[in-house]
Design a protein around this ligand. Structure first.
Ligand code: DX5
Ligand code: ZN
Length: 213
C-alpha cells in the first residue's frame, strides 16, 4: 500500500493534489501533524484535515507528531481520521491511548523514532493495527532514508508473525523508487512517500511505480 504524504503537496492547490491522489493507485492519504514541540516544525491542524477529508475518496492515515496526543483523539476522529498514529516517545500511557483510539472506531497506530528499538512495542503487538517505523527523524519531508530501518522491519515482521498479530508495518521517511522493493521484501506493508511523489514530474506514475515495486 502506498500512502502519499500531503506534507509535500502544494498547499495553495490542495484540492488539485488531493484529486491527483484520488485518481492514483494510492491506498491512503498520509497526513502529518506537527506541534513544534515534539518535532522542531509546525505543519497544519484540524481545519486542514477536515478540508482534505471533504475531497478525499480514500482513508486518511493521520500521523501525530505532537506531545500528549491523547488529548486530541476525538477531534481527529471528527475531522475524518481513519488511522490515528501516536509516537511511543510521546505516550506515557501508550496502552490506554491505543484503547481510546480504537474505542473511537479508528485504527490505532504507534510510530517509533529511528533510535527506538522495535522491542519497545513487544507488549502492545495486539493493541495496535499499525506500527510506523520512522526511517528519518520526524519533522521534515525530503530527508535521506536511514538504512538501519531494513533490520528493524525484519525484526518487527518476525515479532508480529510469532505473536500472530495482523498489524501492518508502515515505513515513513525517505521512501523512493530505489528502496521501495527492498522495504517490501523486508516485510513492510505500507510505504509513505512525500517528496518522491510530489517532486516527481509524473506523480501518478511515481505512485504506480512504488505500488508495483
Ligand atoms: C516526516 C513525516 C513524513 C514525511 C515524509 O516527519 O512524518 O511523513 O512527510 O516525507 P518524505 O517522503 O519526503 O521523506
Ligand atoms: Zn508521517
Amino acid at each position: 500500500m502506498i500512502a502519499p504524504s500531503v506534507l509535500s503537496a502544494d498547499f495553495a492547490n490542495l484540492q488539485r493534489d488531493v484529486e491527483m491522489i484520488n485518481a492514483s493507485e494510492a491506498a491512503w492519504f498520509h497526513v502529518d501533524i506537527m506541534d513544534g514541540v515534539f518535532v522542531p516544525n509546525l505543519s497544519f491542524g484540524l481545519p486542514v484535515v477536515e478540508a482534505i477529508h471533504r475531497h478525499a475518496t480514500k482513508p486518511l492515515d493521520v500521523h501525530l507528531m505532537i506531545v500528549q496526543p491523547e488529548r486530541y483523539i476525538q477531534e481527529f476522529k471528527a475531522a475524518g481520521a481513519h488511522v490515528l498514529t501516536v509516537h511511543i516517545e510521546a505516550s506515557t500511557h501508550l496502552h490506554r491511548t491505543l484503547q481510546a483510539i480504537r474505542a473511537e472506531g479508528m485504527l490505532a497506530g504507534v510510530a517509533l523514532n529511528p533510535h527506538t528499538p522495535v522491542s519497545a512495542v513487544s507488549e502492545v503487538l495486539h493493541d495496535a493495527d499499525l506500527f510506523c517505523l520512522m526511517s528519518v527523524n520526524p519533522g521534515f519531508g525530503g530527508q535521506s532514508f536511514i538504512p538501519q530501518t531494513y533490520e528493524k522491519v525484519r525484526q518487527l515482521r518476525r515479532m508480529l508473525d510469532e505473536a500472530g498479530s495482523a498489524a501492518k508495518i508502515e515505513i515513513d521517511g525517505g521512501v523512493n523508487a530505489q528502496n521501495a522493493a527492498d522495504l517490501k521484501a523486508a516485510g513492510a506493508d505500507v510505504l509513505v512517500a512525500g517528496n518522491a511523489v510530489f517532486k516527481a514530474p509524473d506523480p501518478i506514475g511515481m505512485i504506480a511505480q512504488l505500488h508495483g515495486a
